[in-house]
Design a protein around this ligand. Structure first.
Ligand SMILES: NC(=O)c1ccc[n+]([C@@H]2O[C@H](COP(=O)([O-])OP(=O)(O)OC[C@H]3O[C@@H](n4cnc5c(N)ncnc54)[C@H](O)[C@@H]3O)[C@@H](O)[C@H]2O)c1
Length: 323
């Protein structure tokens, strides 16, 4: 098949290109820039701004499947401080990609939404009940990023109903793993904690945002890619969760990283930093019923692979340059 991965310079898109190439597909990548850590395996790489409809039309032309992973995106610090630009950029990309997919008559279209669409009032305690797909409405999602995701979910559904576009709407829950951004302000919690622990001396300390009691579930990238392909094959056109249902506190995450690093560190909390919701977990009933599968890679295994990769990248960057 001919497959477009939009956002293929980014974390999930790059891993997806690798997997699709390994399965023998012809892959077109589109992004404003190439991947940060290794060259793309795509057959064609369009460096392009997908906020513009004409570029989306060029990218979708001749494609069977589209995975729309292009987004202005970051960790909690970034998405809490860029509501206007992020919402505008993502609304433009998402709307124009859907319209281009319709005009180009693509066969299937997958949009990655987020657990951020769920109402904040269902996530105000660390002891959360896993979030079910039909609980997103009545709506009160996270400001900016969450509202745009919910709007685009609705728009994607309208393209299905009105134009017959065969869509998938996947609510991702905290994806992490190697080849993801780990510094510069756009990194997510697992990568940021791995970086801080890599820089810390054994017996020293590590800064933790909030009080460490916030809970989340974290899904390793290989499980995410497997789930995306299974959901694409499933024919399920409504929103569907993709994450693990293994709840862990941020303290627990820090402990897992310390074990991976073989370091004993004291946690120093900074309650002034953005926290996000108090607690969030994924209900995987629909995922299991639809695909017969759910993510299974443990946080210990996933964090070990992620920490080893980030620590090796930092060690490489710190090596003296030979002239
Ligand atoms: N990583 C997660 O935990 C997670 C969770 C929920 C949802 N998602 C969603 O999955 C998608 C991909 O996430 P990611 O973690 O790979 O993010 P990422 O930031 O690594 O990748 C996004 C890519 O989109 C590209 N991009 C941004 N603006 C663009 C534009 N105007 N034109 C073309 N490309 C543009 C960026 O250059 C980047 O390479 C996003 O929609 C994100 O909201 C991710």
């Amino acid at each position: 098949m001919n497959i477009l991965v939009a956002g293929a310079g980014g974390f999930i898109g790059h891993h997806l290109v690798n997997r699709l190439k390994a399965e023998g597909h012809w892959v077109r990548a589109a992004d404003t820039g190439h991947p940060q850590f290794e060259p793309s395996a795509a057959d064609e790489f369009l460096v392009t701004d997908l906020r513009r409809l004409e570029n989306c039309l060029q990218a979708t032309d001749g494609m069977d499947d589209v995975y729309q992973f292009a987004a202005d995106m970051g960790g909690i610090g970034y998405i809490s401080n860029n509501h206007a630009s992020l919402t505008r950029n993502n609304t433009l990309i998402s709307s124009h990609m859907l319209e281009a997919a319709r005009v180009s008559r693509v066969r299937r279209y997958l949009y990655p939404s987020s657990a951020c669409v769920y109402p904040v009032f269902l996530q105000d305690s660390e002891d959360v009940t896993p979030l079910k797909e039909d609980e997103a409405i009545p709506a009160n999602p996270e400001k900016g990023y969450g509202w745009e995701k919910l709007f685009t979910e609705q728009l994607t559904g309208y393209y299905h109903e009105e134009c017959g576009l065969d869509v998938r709407i996947v609510r991702l829950h905290n994806i992490y793993g190697p080849l993801g951004t780990y510094d510069g302000g756009r990194e997510k919690a697992p990568a940021a904690i791995c970086r801080k622990v890599a820089f810390a001396h054994d017996g020293g300390h590590v800064e933790v945002w909030g009080n460490g009691e916030q809970t989340r579930s974290f899904c390793y990238i290989d499980d995410c890619i497997e789930g995306l392909l299974k959901i694409m094959e499933s024919g399920y056109t409504k929103p569907i969760n993709l994450g693990t249902d293994q709840l862990i506190t941020v303290d627990g995450l820090v402990d897992a990283v310390c074990r991976a690093a073989g370091k004993r560190l004291k946690k120093v909390y900074d309650p002034a930093k953005p926290l996000g919701v108090r607690g969030r977990n994924s209900d995987n009933s629909i995922l299991r019923a639809t695909t017969g599968w759910q993510p299974s890679i443990s946080i210990e295994d996933g964090i070990k692979a992620t920490y080893d990769w980030i620590a090796a990248e930092i060690a490489k960057a710190l090596q003296p340059v030979r002239v």
